[in-house]
Design a protein around this ligand. Structure first.
Ligand code: GLA
Length: 383
C-alpha cells in the first residue's frame, strides 16, 4: 500500500517513473549503549520501514518530498543549513558523504515516507540515511558495499545531525535478515546471525509517547563519561582502549579514582556487555526465560547506573513485570523516551495489551501505541 502511494506521489510530482528502495527500522534485543564502547549488541531489522522512490535528474538539483511531513525541499547546495527542515538533514548528510568520497551525484529526485514511528527509538533516522544512500548507490552505480554504506550513514548522523551515535542502528538497518538477530562485535565489526525463534513468543513494543531528544546532549554526554572512565583505567592497564576491555574486577580495584557517576556508567557498560554474550548463549540453548531475565536486568542497569531511562519507560517495565506470560521487558535505544520492548508468550499478547492499556497513558493522556513486530530483511531494492 505505502509503496504504491509513494510511487504515485513521485510520478505526480516529477512526471517520471522512479526506482524504489526500502529501509527498515530496527529493534535491539539487548546491548544498549555498548556499541560506542566497542562492545556487543543484538539488534534486528523489523517490518516497519521507509520507502524511497528515486530517480536521477539532469537539473543539478536535489529535490526531496517527505510524505510524512508533507514538505518539499529543492536545493542545489549540500549543507546542513539548507531549508530549515529537520528531515532533510539526514538526506543532505548522506549526499555530503558521497561528495567526500569523490562520488559525484549530479542531481536526484526523491519521495519518501513510511510507517516507522518517529522519535520512538526505532532508528527512523538511520533508515532514512541508509535507504537514501542505498538508493544513490544503485542509481549512480557507485559500487559501495552495504557495510561501507552503514559507515557513511553513521558519519552523516555525526556530521549533520550532531549525534555521536555508534554503529548499531545503521548496521542493523543494512544487514538485517528475516527471523535472525545480529550479534555484532562493534570493535571488529564481525557479526553472527542467531535465529530468533518466534514460534512461541512475540515481540511487542510499547511507545511511551515521550519523544526522546537523543540529539539533546545526554547521549553525547554518556559517550564522554565512558571516555573519562577509559582514561582513568588506562593509567593502570594500558590494554584498556575502550570499556569493552575493562572488567568488573579492574573497576572495583580502582573505584576510589572515579567519581561516583563515572563509576556507575562504567559498571553498567561492562555488565551489559556480559549480558549480551549470556543472552546469545540463552538463545542457542532455547532458554527464553533466561533471555527475558537478562532483558529486565538490562533495564535496571539503564535506569539506575546509566540513567538514561525516564519515569514513563520505568512504569511500562513495571507493568510488564505484573503480567503473566511476559518474559522480559526493557527500554530500547538511546533512552529518555521512545519504546519499551517486551518478550511475550504468543498466547498472552492479548492480556498484555489489555494490562498496558489499563495501566498506562501517554503524557497526553492517550492510549499508548502497541506495536507487534516481526524480524525482517534489511535495506534493499523493491520490484
Ligand atoms: C542510539 C544510537 C546507537 C546506540 C543506541 C543505544 O540508538 O544511535 O548507536 O548507541 O542509541 O544503545
Amino acid at each position: 500500500m505505502k509503496i504504491e502511494k509513494i510511487k504515485k506521489a513521485f510520478a505526480d510530482r516529477f512526471q517520471q517513473q522512479p526506482q524504489v528502495f526500502s529501509a527498515p527500522g530496527r529493534i535491539n534485543l539487548i546491548g544498549e549503549h555498548t556499541d560506542y564502547n566497542d562492545g556487543f549488541v543484538l539488534p534486528a531489522a523489523i517490518d516497519k520501514s521507509i520507502v524511497f522512490a528515486m530517480r536521477p535528474n539532469s537539473k543539478s538539483l536535489f529535490r526531496f518530498y517527505s510524505m510524512d511531513y508533507d514538505e518539499y525541499l529543492e536545493t542545489a547546495e549540500i549543507s546542513k543549513n539548507v531549508g530549515g527542515k529537520t528531515w532533510a538533514i539526514y538526506l543532505l548528510g548522506v549526499l555530503d558523504q558521497f561528495q567526500k568520497k569523490g562520488i559525484e551525484i549530479p542531481g536526484v529526485d526523491c519521495v519518501f515516507g513510511g510507517d516507522i514511528p518517529l522519535g520512538a527509538g526505532l532508528s527512523s533516522s538511520a533508515a532514512v540515511e541508509c535507504g537514501f544512500a542505498f538508493g544513490l548507490n544503485e542509481l549512480f552505480e557507485a559500487n559501495i558495499s552495504k557495510f561501507e554504506i552503514a559507515l557513511m550513514a553513521q558519519k552523516a548522523e555525526h556530521k549533520y545531525a550532531g549525534v555521536m551515535c555508534g554503529i548499531m542502528d545503521q548496521f542493523a538497518v543494512m544487514h538485517g535478515k528475516q527471523n535472525q538477530v545480529i550479534k555484532l562485535d562493534c570493535r571488529s565489526l564481525d557479526y553472527t546471525y542467531f535465529p530468533f525463534d518466534m514460534r512461541d513468543y512475540r515481540l511487542l513494543l510499547v511507545n511511551t509517547g515521550v519523544k526522546h531528544a537523543l540529539a539533546a546532549s545526554e547521549y553525547n554526554k554518556r559517550r564522554s563519561e565512558c571516555e573519562a572512565g577509559v582514561n582513568i583505567l588506562q593509567q593502570y592497564d594500558d590494554s584498556v582502549n575502550a570499556l569493552r576491555d575493562a572488567t568488573i574486577e579492574l573497576l572495583t580495584n580502582h573505584k576510589n579514582e572515579f567519581s561516583p557517576t563515572i563509576y556507575k556508567r562504567c559498571v553498567y557498560v561492562v555488565e551489559e556487555n556480559i549480558r549480551v554474550q549470556q543472552a546469545c548463549d540463552a538463545l542457542v540453548a532455547g532458554d527464553f526465560e533466561l533471555f527475558g531475565k537478562l532483558m529486565y536486568r538490562s533495564h535496571e542497569g539503564l535506569k539506575d547506573k546509566y540513567e538514561v531511562s525516564c519515569p514513563e519507560l520505568d512504569s511500562l517495565v513495571e507493568i510488564a513485570r505484573t503480567v503473566d506470560g511476559v518474559l522480559g521487558s526493557r527500554m530500547m535505544g538511546g533512552g529518555f523516551g521512545g519504546c519499551a520492548i517486551n518478550l511475550v508468550e504468543r498466547n498472552k499478547t492479548t492480556s498484555f495489551r489489555q494490562s498496558v492499556i489499563e495501566n498506562y497513558q501517554t503524557p497526553e493522556g492517550e492510549e499508548p501505541q502497541i506495536i507487534e513486530v516481526s524480524i525482517e530483511d534489511g535495506t534493499g531494492k523493491l520490484q
